[in-house]
Design a protein. Structure first.
Length: 443
C-alpha cells in the first residue's frame, strides 16, 4: 500500500460540490496527496484576511455560486486562484477570472489530479507576490476605495511613490469590474519617447511616418472594452496631454496618419509618483487634464507608513519561493526585526527584490540577521536582538533595555502565532490593536 505523503504546508484546497458524498470523497483524495482541504461553507466563515487558497476544485454550480458571492474578498479569491473544473457535461457559460481554469475528467485520475494541484501551487507562489497584502488602516482604506469604484467606469488616478504597488491597484480595479473579461493594457508613459507615444497610444497607418511599414493598432484599440492603465502620467509631454484630454472628453481618437475617427470604449486608470497639483502650478501639467483624471483618487501609502504590514508581506513573499533544498524560506526573529526597522525607500518592490535575492543566495532556506545585506543591518546590534536573559548576570543588566527586548520578543511570538495578523496578535497580548501598531512603529 502506498504511504501517505507528508502534509503540505501551503494554503488549503477549496472543494465545492453539490453532492456532499462526492465532496467528501474529493477531500479524502486530495488529503491523501498531502494537501489540506476546506469547503465553501467553511470559507465563508473565515475572516477575509485568512482566505488563502491554493486551488479551487468545483463543479459548475458551486463555481458559479462562488463567483456570485458579494464582497471584494471572495471575488479577489476567484480571480486569482486556479480552478480545477470537474467535467460533468455541464455546458453553461461560466464567469472567468484571470487565473487558469483547468477541466478535469470524471472519474478523477490520481496522476492528473496530483499534477494539476502541483501546477496550482506553483501558480499561486508566483501570483502571491502580486497581492494587495496587509492589515494596516491605510491599506484597508485602499481596499475599500477599490471596492467602491470597481463597478463604475469612473476615471481613477492612483498616486504614490515608486514601488508601492500602483499597477497592482489598477489591475485589481479591472479584475473586479464588469470589464474583467476584456483586456487590461498597461502603458508606461515615462518609458516611451515623446515622438513615439502618440503612435503607441492611438496606432498609425502604413506610411504615416518614416518607419511605418504597416498599419498598427494602438493601446487604446487593444484595450477596447477593457481598461488602459497610463502609468507615470505625470511624465507625459504637454502636446500629448492635449490629445489625451480629447480622448477623455469625447471618447474617440484617430490613428496617426488617418482621418477616421474611432470610438474608445475604454476605462482609463492613471498613476503617477509626481505631485500633480504642484506640476499644474508650475505649468508642467494641464489643469483640465488633471481634473479629468482625478475623478476618483486613490493614494498608495509608502511602506514606511505601514511597517506593521511587513510580517504579512514577508509571509506572502517568502512562501512564493522554494529553495533548492525544497524548503520554504524562513526568517529568524532577529532578521525579521531588522527588516521591520528599515525605512524601505524602494517600498514593496524593494522588499520583493530582497526576498528573491535571499532565496537565491541561501538554499538552506533559513535567513539570519548576518545574511541580510549591510544596509538592512545598519544600527542593528545582533546581541540586542537575541532572546532575553532569564536570570541576572553577575555584571548586571540594563533593565530598561532588557524589558524592551522581552516585550519585542513576545510581540514577535504573537505575530508568528497569528500569521502576521496584527489584530489577532493584539488579542493574544491582551492589548489594543492601535497600541500594538504604535509599538511596532517605534520598535
Amino acid at each position: 500500500m502506498e504511504q501517505e505523503q507528508h502534509k503540505d504546508v501551503s494554503a488549503p484546497i477549496l472543494v465545492a460540490h453539490h453532492d456532499a458524498k462526492v465532496q467528501q470523497d474529493l477531500s479524502h483524495r486530495i488529503e491523501f496527496l498531502g494537501y489540506t482541504t476546506t469547503t465553501l461553507a467553511d470559507l465563508r466563515d473565515m475572516p477575509g484576511e485568512s482566505r488563502a487558497i491554493t486551488a479551487i476544485v468545483a463543479d459548475a454550480k458551486h463555481y458559479e455560486d462562488l463567483s456570485a458571492s458579494p464582497g471584494v474578498s471572495l471575488r479577489e479569491l476567484l480571480l486569482s486562484t486556479p480552478v480545477l473544473m470537474l467535467d460533468e457535461q455541464d455546458q453553461r457559460p461560466l464567469p472567468r477570472g484571470s487565473a487558469p481554469l483547468w477541466p478535469v475528467d470524471v472519474p478523477l485520475k490520481r496522476a492528473r489530479l496530483a499534477h494539476l494541484l502541483m501546477q496550482a501551487k506553483r501558480y499561486r507562489g508566483r501570483q502571491r507576490r502580486q497581492r494587495l497584502t496587509g492589515d494596516s488602516m491605510c491599506i484597508a482604506k485602499v481596499r475599500h476605495a477599490i471596492e467602491q469604484v470597481a463597478a463604475f467606469d469612473t476615471n481613477v488616478l492612483i498616486t504614490g511613490e515608486s514601488g508601492t504597488g500602483k499597477e497592482l491597484v489598477a489591475r485589481t480595479i479591472h479584475d473586479l469590474s464588469d470589464r474583467r473579461d476584456a483586456p487590461f493594457v498597461p502603458v508606461n508613459c515615462g518609458a516611451i519617447p515623446e515622438d513615439l507615444l502618440e503612435s503607441e497610444l492611438f496606432g498609425h497607418e502604413k506610411g504615416a511616418f518614416t518607419g511605418a511599414v504597416a498599419t498598427r493598432k494602438g493601446r487604446f484599440e487593444l484595450a477596447e472594452g477593457g481598461t488602459i492603465f497610463l502609468d507615470e502620467i505625470g511624465d507625459m509631454a504637454m502636446p500629448m496631454q492635449v490629445k489625451l484630454l480629447r480622448v477623455l472628453q469625447e471618447r474617440c481618437f484617430e490613428r496617426v496618419g488617418s482621418g477616421v475617427t474611432r470610438k474608445a470604449n475604454v476605462r482609463v486608470v492613471a498613476a503617477t509618483h509626481r505631485d500633480l497639483p504642484e506640476a499644474v502650478a508650475e505649468g508642467d501639467f494641464r489643469e483640465d487634464l488633471f481634473y479629468r483624471l482625478n475623478v476618483f483618487p486613490i493614494a498608495m501609502p509608502p511602506l514606511r507608513k505601514r511597517l506593521e504590514d511587513i510580517p504579512r508581506l514577508l509571509k506572502e513573499l517568502v512562501s512564493g519561493y522554494d529553495t533548492t533544498s525544497g524548503k520554504t524560506l524562513r526568517l529568524q526573529s532577529c532578521a525579521l526585526q531588522a527588516l521591520a526597522q528599515y525605512r524601505w525607500p524602494g517600498n514593496v518592490r524593494e522588499l520583493g527584490n530582497l526576498v528573491e535575492r535571499l532565496a537565491i543566495l541561501h538554499p538552506t532556506g533559513v535567513i539570519r540577521l548576518s545574511d541580510l545585506p549591510a544596509k538592512y543591518r545598519q544600527g542593528i546590534d545582533e546581541q540586542t536582538l537575541a532572546e532575553p536573559v532569564t536570570s541576572l548576570p553577575e555584571h548586571g543588566i540594563v533593565l530598561k533595555d532588557h524589558l524592551r527586548q522581552l516585550e519585542r520578543s513576545l510581540i514577535d511570538t504573537a505575530l508568528a502565532r497569528s500569521d502576521g495578523v496584527v489584530a489577532k496578535a493584539a488579542r493574544l497580548l491582551q492589548i489594543r490593536r492601535t497600541t500594538l501598531v504604535e509599538k511596532l512603529r517605534v520598535a
